[in-house]
Ligand binder design. Sequence first.
Ligand SMILES: [Zn+2]
Length: 282
Amino acid sequence: MLHPAFADHHVHLGLVDVSALPASGIGRVVDLGWSDDVVALASSAPVAASYAGRFLTAPGGYPGASRWAPPRCTSEVAEPRDAAAAVAHQVALGASVVKVTLNRDAGPVPDGSSLRAVVGAAADAGLPVVAHCQGPGMVELGLAGGIAAVAHTPWTHRLDDEVVAEAVEAGQAWVSTLDIHGYGTPSADRDRAVDNLARFHAAGGRVLYGTDLGNGPLPPTLNLREIGLLVDAGLSDDDLLAALTDPWPFADHGDGRTEVPDGPEPLVERLAHAHVVREGDR
Ligand SMILES: [Zn+2]
């Protein structure tokens, strides 16, 4: 059966070779943070690629000091009046979404008013804001700031049901990235993330398939461990397909198509044979 192209809603093209993605069914990727080099990486990628551009963060904030981060990958927002220029830089790069880092475990984070100014400037440009939330109170800060999406299912804390309900009410989308916690080995972080996502999903939350491809030893394909963890979080076959085909950060699906073979086997087994249908094959 033909579906809109499957998307990995969280990758880093500068850290991974994505040439094997189409043969595994992934026809679209969203790069969630890099230097200005992402423009060239996206245009030469073997799949349709949209991107966030730089990470917006407080001066000295994550991931400026991370080993994997390229030079000049942050746009600093020290106070609300810095937001417009920081967002304008990403708009000039051709970004489809704005990425903010709220990682209190790794350095300073923008305060609430600066975050709201970023969300406002992005909205003026027609772009949603996605946040990396890590550490106590960061999901709550993101909610107060009006972010549209989180780049990872929250994993550092078990969220209160009220916070989960607020995220659903706000219409947030959560990019799953469950398999980065252990890469197949069970861990407390993974359990917390699956539990948070299960309650978000059960409450009607919008779940996006995404792996953080480029971060650690993930398979450079459709990740069947990620799919298995989404099943653990309670997603049905239809929910899985919705998470894979969600057009975010766009409103509409693109032209690409992914074929999943029909057959009596469960969907999760048939997904192992998914592939992108090339234009000439249709
Ligand atoms: Zn990432």
